[in-house]
Write a protein that binds this ligand. Sequence first.
Ligand code: GLN
Length: 212
Amino acid sequence: EPLIGVLALQGGVAEHLAALERSGARAIPVRRVEELDAVDGIVLPGGESTTMTRLLDTFELYDPLRARLAEGLPAYGSCAGMIMLASSVDDDRAAAVRPLGALDVVVRRNAFGRQVDSFETDLDFQGVDGPVHAVFIRAPWVDKIGAGVSVLATLPEVPDALGTPDATEREGLAGRIVAVQQGAVLATAFHPELVEGDERVHRCFVRIVRER
Ligand code: GLN
């Protein structure tokens, strides 16, 4: 079984560890360079990308993680984790986020307006059979992708789950890119680790790690 680390500085660490264990991997929290050195792949969880940036510095993990990613370490980022994997971040507080540049995309933080701040919807996901239930919490979306990046999922429409977007807002949401892959790097704007009993996205990542 591959050994997969979950960056454990803050955010949804336990849920990812559990989902990975259910997906045919051994999973460990990563807080130190020695742990980072030991893993075959890494998950960057959701949380808050400004805080994660600060903690990566505090724990002296920013440069080692960036270096391992540059060498091709397989990585999966959900939500804030997707922001951290990006090559660039586009918003008014972008200066507070120092993304790791493992994925050739521009992401927009907190991209969904206040009214659809958090919501759930079903998505088609490339490589996965049947709809994937996607939970979005103050999520980013992908604004631009580089040549080597494939789109795995886009928003179909946004149901009135938690917010009530008006017609104009709905129009601006449909088709937004919310999951991408570039080589061994996978990212989703949503949180599959929060949907218990469905490990299909984590299994995709475990397969990517195994194939390396
Ligand atoms: N809004 C957060 C950020 O900008 C991401 C939210 C999440 O990970 N659920 O980092």
